[in-house]
Ligand binder design. Structure first.
Ligand SMILES: *Cc1c(COP(=O)(O)O)cnc(C)c1O
Length: 432
């Protein structure tokens, strides 16, 4: 650091922030600086009344008529069109439905079907540091189909791993722990050059960083509704399929909602055209309604510059956080998230600088002490491949630079006063 950042600098950045007004679209608890929007997004202000309307009027009064009259029936597609605007997809290419895990099963199955049986392609490549549920789902499909899941330890090993035996490269665009971001276009091209398909998980990308699925010519993608999209706990996730694959392959969960004519009630399955076939059963309308509120709030940024403006602010927020941590708490932490903008998502992860505190050190207790002070980040336990990390997500829709200043101020105090040594911060909860 050559220059020192001050509170006045942060206030000036807030005053100049073109997205500042968007904060009013969310309900944020008093006294909380929320740096966990990458795990569970906040409540859109419009959601309680909108959900109450769906309950009392659409359900209570409209009853079954609401499938048509309240347009419940095509809600997965209508919300999918909103998501499409955030991820560089076209209208009609995305549905909001099921969970990220379930959608991954569907698209990975379809991607594997798209490789000819006699092609000799028997490997799915992913990263050991991928979100475990993605690996569990891939494991199950590989077991079922007699394929091998090959995990690389470092992204630099991906090119060499893309041999002629690889069917699918399955990656999460922004790593959930480190916040490191892949070059989607470059890796998709590498996969295609090797004859493999590219399946992308956008759980930490949709609403967080600009994504250009069609420009990158990706094959399949899925993503999460309850993180940066602020869709509520357990919100429906989404699935995107490249138009060239949409009608060509089927997903395995051939339920009636993915049928071409569900209300014909015919005994044989005929998949709906396009991405509609990625639905399975009756959709969770109340949850989809909540997700719609999150998407509306997200898309309110469009007239202000949309994802590009959000990205500019997100990088400025994470740059500020990194600079302040290095300024106020030198020696304590090492940066896990890449400094290079092109490789950084919308979060910053720290680990303890002292190698002896790499695992089982004070990281967990520091996060708990911060939460007690109203600065909500989270902790992710390490293993033999990764240190324990302190994870801070930055959502440019509702965070400001003074928030960042105050968050780091609290972090510095937790360390200076050794608050993290208190016993109440050293017992583990079930959900970290
Ligand atoms: C959050 C996240 C998930 C969550 O999956 P669910 O099915 O919603 O529990 C999956 N994959 C990645 C990469 C994630 O970050």
């Amino acid at each position: 650091m050559t220059t020192t950042l001050t509170l006045d600098d942060c206030r000036r950045l807030d005053a100049q922030d073109p997205l500042r007004a968007l904060r009013d679209l969310f309900t944020l608890p008093e006294g909380v600086i929320y740096l966990d929007g990458n795990s569970l997004g906040v409540l859109p202000k419009a959601a309680p009344a909108r959900i109450a309307l769906a309950v009392t009027q659409e359900w209570g009064t409209g009853l079954i008529r609401s499938w048509n009259e309240a347009r419940w029936f095509d809600l997965p597609q209508r919300l999918g069109d909103q998501v499409a605007r955030l991820i560089g997809a076209a209208p009609g290419e995305v549905v909001c439905t099921d969970s990220t895990s379930v959608n991954l099963y569907k698209v990975l199955f379809a991607a594997l079907s798209a490789q000819k049986k006699d092609s000799g392609r028997t490997i799915v490549v992913s990263e050991r540091s991928n979100f475990p549920t993605d690996l569990y789902i891939a494991e199950s499909l590989c077991r079922e189909r007699g394929l091998t899941l090959k995990l690389v330890d470092d992204p630099s090993e991906i090119p060499a791993a893309l041999t002629a035996e690889v069917a699918v490269l399955m990656l999460t665009h922004v790593n959930y722990r480190t916040g490191a971001m892949h070059d989607m276009a470059a890796l998709t091209k590498l996969a295609h050059d090797a004859g493999a398909l590219a399946v992308w998980d956008l759980a930490h990308s949709a609403g967080a960083v600009p994504v250009a699925l069609n420009d990158a010519d990706a094959d399949f993608a899925i993503g999460c509704g309850y993180k940066y999209l602020n869709g509520g706990p357990g919100a429906p996730a989404f699935a995107w399929v490249n138009a060239r694959h949409a009608d060509a392959w089927q997903q395995p969960l051939s339920g009636w909602w993915g049928h071409a004519a569900p209300f014909a009630f015919t005994p044989g399955y005929r998949p709906a055209p396009g991405v509609g076939r990625y639905l399975c059963g009756t959709q969770p309308i109340l949850s989809l309604t909540a997700l719609g509120c999150g998407l509306d709030a997200m898309l309110a940024a469009e007239p202000l510059g949309g994802m590009q403006a959000l990205r500019t602010k997100s990088l400025a927020l994470t740059d500020t956080f990194i600079a302040l941590v290095e300024q106020r708490c030198p020696e304590h932490f090492a940066l896990v998230t890449p400094r290079e903008h092109a490789q950084r998502g919308s979060q910053v992860c720290l680990r303890m600088a002292d190698p002896s505190q790499r695992i089982g050190g004070p990281a967990y207790a520091i996060v708990q002490a911060l939460i007690a002070r109203g600065v909500v980040g989270d902790f992710r336990a390490g293993d033999e491949h990764m240190p324990d990390i302190l994870r801070f997500g930055f959502t440019p829709l509702y965070l400001g630079f003074e928030d960042v200043w105050n968050a780091v101020g609290n972090l510095a105090q937790v360390l200076e006063e050794e608050e993290y040594r208190r016993p109440e911060f050293n017992t583990r909860n079930a959900v970290t």
